[in-house]
Design a binder for this molecule. Structure first.
Ligand code: ADP
Ligand code: MG
Length: 302
């Protein structure tokens, strides 16, 4: 038998198979209805029987679905959706109404950049701050003024928030940033010890991360004092970040387990000896950028 004949035979056979499985699927009333809704000729649709069956199954899941967490589809929050285009059917994954609402509600989170921080702080919210602890009241008052003045565009100091481990320092400032993210203001929260480790081996000129940290409209340097200080980290990294932000009037926040006096001591004792003058210079810049405030409270970590 010639090759040509063989291939026509195979094609015919394939077509019969396609038709057969399509006819079988059409025995199902739901499939039949789905097919009608879609439009398009049988001769086209029959090439996609199993995908159409999948799409129908996903459609049924959606019809009985109450919430995003109950999603039974292959791609969570999305539905396989066919569309007839001239002589073919195209399939896409379309977001369901629950997923669209979720994306809208969390869109603000894209304005907060995190470096080595837990993702969950993107959900920190001022509305949920515990007020049973009176220690939080001056901080909340500061935030209220901060929000009001930020909208007016006046340049403001951030907070140097220090205190015991787990008292909620990071949470509080993240909640403030999230509030501003809802107004499309960008911010960054950077775990300071890891930033130093990351930058240790890089050239600072045109380093993307370093630029991002320096220029973030709002910045939190988290857990300052928990790092191993070197003169280079103190003067070239921390010093330059502070210098740039002072000159550009960019609000800057810090959290630490040390108060500023203890931090000064920590900054003066680097791996290569004692340098009180340089440590003092850094502390002076930090004082120009922020207001010192304590939050010494119970540990909220589980
Ligand atoms: P710190 O930075 O002072 O060490 P965190 O901000 O990390 O403390 O807070 C410790 C834990 O308590 C975190 O798991 C945080 O999510 C939780 N937490 C703190 N404040 C609140 C709050 N107001 N509402 C809900 N969780 C909070
Ligand atoms: Mg913290």
């Amino acid at each position: 038998m010639s090759e040509w004949k063989e291939s026509t035979r195979t094609k015919k056979f394939d077509k019969m198979e396609l038709e057969k499985s399509f006819q079988e699927a059409c025995q199902d009333k739901d499939f039949e209805r789905f097919k009608k809704e879609l439009g398009g000729e049988d001769a086209i649709l029959m090439r996609y029987t199993s995908q159409l069956e999948d799409a129908l199954e996903e459609k049924k899941h959606c019809e009985n679905c109450q919430s995003l967490s109950a999603c039974k589809n292959k791609v969570w929050g999305y539905r396989l959706t066919p569309q007839v285009q001239e002589n073919q059917v195209e399939f896409s994954y379309d977001a369901c109404p629950y997923e669209r609402a979720r994306a809208k509600e969390t869109a603000y989170q894209n304005y907060l950049y995190l470096f080595e921080m837990p993702e969950e702080i993107k959900k920190a919210s001022l509305k949920e701050v515990y007020l049973d602890d009176k220690k939080r009241i001056p901080i909340m008052t500061f935030f209220k003024d901060f929000l009001k003045n930020y909208e007016k565009g006046s340049s403001q100091k951030g907070l140097y928030l220090y205190g015991s481990f787990g008292s909620g320092k990071t949470y509080l400032i993240a909640a403030l940033f999230n509030e501003l993210a809802k107004k499309k203001i960008e911010s960054a929260i950077v775990y300071f010890p890891e930033l130093l480790r990351k930058l240790k081996t890089s050239f600072l000129d045109s380093n993307e991360l370093f630029e991002r940290v320096k220029k973030a409209p709002l910045l939190l340097l988290d857990d300052i004092g928990a790092e191993n200080m070197t003169p280079w980290a103190r003067d070239e990294i921390l010093g330059s970040i502070l210098q740039y932000r002072m000159q550009s009037h960019l609000p800057t926040f810090f959290t630490s387990n040390f108060d500023l006096e203890q931090l000064e001591k920590h900054l003066s004792l680097t791996t290569s000896g004692v340098d009180q003058v340089k440590a003092r210079r850094i502390i002076e810049r930090m004082k120009q950028l922020s207001i010192e405030q304590d939050l010494i409270s119970t540990n909220r970590r589980n």
